[in-house]
Design a binder for this molecule. Sequence first.
Ligand code: GSH
Length: 200
Amino acid sequence: MNLFYSPTSPYARKCRVVAIEKGLAPQLRIIPASPMSNPPELHAANPLGKVPALVLPDGRCIVDSRVICEYLDTQTADPHLIPTDAAARIDCRTREALADGIADAAFQRTMERLRPEPQRSTDWNTRWTSAIRRAVAHFNANIPDRPQPDLGDIALACALAYVDFRHADLGWDADAPALRAWLATMLARPGLAETTPPST
Ligand SMILES: N[C@@H](CCC(=O)N[C@@H](CS)C(=O)NCC(=O)O)C(=O)O
């Protein structure tokens, strides 16, 4: 399997962490891709031009981290990162969606910073920042507590680490010490420790 991957993407990181947790890392070939440079190979795999994208040995392409993670979860039995019980599954996927929403808002904030000053929107920046702060408060009031982290937990760790990486100025943990402590535990797990983004 070939994974189009950027080391700074929280979505690509989520897929790679899932592959490591599932014992699938040896079957995963990492193809570095910088989406903003518009590589044709990435566009062939994902017409949207986004990472991650997964190309299977038979040529099928799977796009979007949520779908890729679901596919990877079906490939080995243990551990199940998406619960099979219906209610637990919806809870897990809801937490994943909220975590991805943190990553979405933070990524938009990153892109906004790259725009020339006159094109930047203070209103949108405030909206994205508020969404991140509300979601952080939500998770801080509902600290995950599972012996085996599930996909929602992995998504949350990748999203918060991305906020740290790109937007340390937000100081998201000022009112969320329990979530900060939880993140430290998650980042010590092999999958997350192996996928730390570069320092620049
Ligand atoms: N919902 C997608 C989001 C993927 C995404 O936005 N990736 C970013 C990198 S962090 C990207 O490739 N952006 C390029 C673009 O938006 O054109 C997923 O979960 O995979």
